[in-house]
Design a binder for this molecule. Sequence first.
Ligand code: FES
Ligand code: FES
Length: 160
Amino acid sequence: MSSLTLEVNGQATRLQVDSHRLLVEVLREQLGLTGTHVGCDTSQCGACTVLLDGAPVRSCTLLAVQAEGRKVTTIEGLGGIGAERHPIQQAFIDCHGLQCGFCTPGMIMSTAALLQHTPNPSQEQIEHALEGNLCRCTGYVNIVAAVKQAAATLAQGTKP
Ligand code: FES
Ligand code: FES
């Protein structure tokens, strides 16, 4: 067992983890943050995407101990714990950017990362940012529309 200290959704967190445990396993099973999904478990689908120091990573590919001292943001923390729905989440609802919802947390976290550094992305930039996130339901058109709506909402300063 290793001692792991990190920040998860803005909260300092310290716990004991097996050194071979994946970040997604620790998030889901030890911290109860089950919004981060496991689709393929082999770095293919993006369902497990979280932000590590603001950058999107596949948490099924990262050992939990690699997050030592770093900031992890999951879908639960996107709008702030206990806060209202984040504009990206609202946009996915408004634009019907989800059906079964399994891919959605990963899609939203990848979108959050994109809009941090590219607040007004082109169609091509959106497609590129989401190319590592697979969806077997929607056909992607509504997902791209959701990203565009989220960008527009955030640009109006509705929410930082
Ligand atoms: Fe991590 Fe599919 S579960 S990429
Ligand atoms: Fe079902 Fe994307 S909404 S996999």
